[in-house]
Design a binder for this molecule. Structure first.
Ligand code: SF4
Ligand code: SF4
Length: 359
């Protein structure tokens, strides 16, 4: 990693040059919520003026640049009794500006699943390699809990990360491409004062969190609470809409479907993002549904996020952005569900009588 500082007007020039020459996406206000808060999304940008650097959080995550909602995996063309299959992994170079630390952590988790496993995805790899990621720090929203999962800072997974230290940005340069781009612009070695400002900035971010979720031993609590009434309680509220998984930066479950062209001369195989909360997620051949109950489906989303992956890769998938909590029309959010589980476990411990003393 190489560290530099850049004055904010110079930084704007750098971003402007970058977005004018490349297909770029950055945070823009797209609507206003009923409570008056702006709604942001990553949208196409062609000049620095269009980017809202002071945005809070985007409603949807940056995951969709790497895992589109629907993606063609292969195309078939039929010829008498024969067919040809065409598979393409190419991805256009893209610049993504303004990702938060937890969003980049979620990309690192997706890398573990989709690149570092036994069967790396060439579709994901093509997009990840061709995307120039610029991260930016921010003060957390009142309901962000990424600090509880240690994702409020990030040190890998980006090309460039910018920390706001007042008149300048403190740049963490993590790729030769970023270093080369920046050579054209005026940057400086960080001074002692800049380093102090960075430390102060990090401390400010850390103490600004208002929401804490105790995830200590959560994988084993989930094991113990598999039959907890908590799942039925929250499941009864769930609308099975799947929104939570769609906005989540780290949910990656999908289904694959084949579609015939209307003239029957071709077909395509497509991957479609899916959610374990959807009613038919666990339907198998013959129509049997392994998880017909809302509570069971909701439980499996939490097990995937906080237990299954933790057992295999020693980390929980959830990065604590609370997008799912904000988007859920039924008011279901990780903080309340996890706290309920924890209280359930603690109340059962109170009920247990003390072990008899040895005689
Ligand atoms: S938890 Fe909320 S967002 Fe997720 S499927 Fe249920 S109602 Fe929809
Ligand atoms: S808080 Fe919700 S949306 Fe964010 S990473 Fe965790 S499960 Fe996904």
């Amino acid at each position: 990693m190489i560290y530099k500082v850049i004055a904010k007007p110079e930084f704007r020039k750098f971003i402007d040059a970058l977005v004018r020459e490349n297909t770029s996406f950055g945070p823009r206000q797209v609507d206003t919520a009923a409570n008056g808060n702006p709604i942001y999304q990553f949208m196409p940008v062609s000049s620095v003026e269009e980017i809202e650097f002071d945005y809070t959080a985007t409603a949807s995550s940056a995951k969709h640049f790497f895992l589109p909602f629907r993606e063609e995996l292969s195309r078939f063309s039929f010829n008498d009794s024969d067919f040809k299959q065409h598979i393409a992994y190419e991805a256009e170079p893209v610049v993504l500006i303004g990702l938060r630390a937890c969003d980049i952590s979620a990309l690192n988790i997706l890398d573990d699943v989709l690149l570092n496993g036994h069967y790396p995805s060439p579709y994901y790899l093509a997009k990840r390699k061709n995307t120039f990621v610029i991260g930016m720090d921010h003060l957390p929203l009142p309901d962000c809990f990424c600090k509880s999962l240690a994702h409020h800072t990030v040190s890998t997974g980006f090309n460039l990360f910018c920390s706001d230290i007042g008149e300048k940005y403190y740049l963490s340069i993590n790729s030769s491409k970023a270093f080369t781009y920046l050579k054209e612009f005026q940057t400086e070695e960080p001074s002692y004062e800049d380093n102090c400002l960075l430390t102060e900035r990090r401390k400010l971010i850390s103490r600004s969190f208002q929401t804490e979720v105790d995830v200590t031993s959560l994988p084993s609590i989930l094991d113990i609470e598999f039959d907890s009434p908590v799942w039925e309680k929250w499941g009864a509220k769930c609308l099975n809409c799947g929104t939570c998984a769609m906005v989540c930066p780290s949910c990656y479950c999908y289904s694959v479907e084949e579609r015939f062209d209307i003239d029957l001369k071709g077909a395509s195989r497509n991957r479609k993002l899916y959610s374990c909360n959807l009613v038919d997620f666990a339907v198998v051949a013959g129509g049997h549904n392994f998880r017909p109950k809302n509570g069971d489906r909701l439980k499996y989303r939490y097990y995937h996020q906080h237990r299954g992956f933790a057992e295999n890769a020693n980390q929980q998938i959830c990065v604590g952005c609370n997008r799912c909590g904000r988007a859920c029309l039924a008011g279901i959010n990780p903080k309340d569900v996890i706290n309920d589980l924890r209280m359930e476990k603690e109340s059962c411990m109170i009920c247990v009588s003390q072990s008899p003393a040895r005689t």
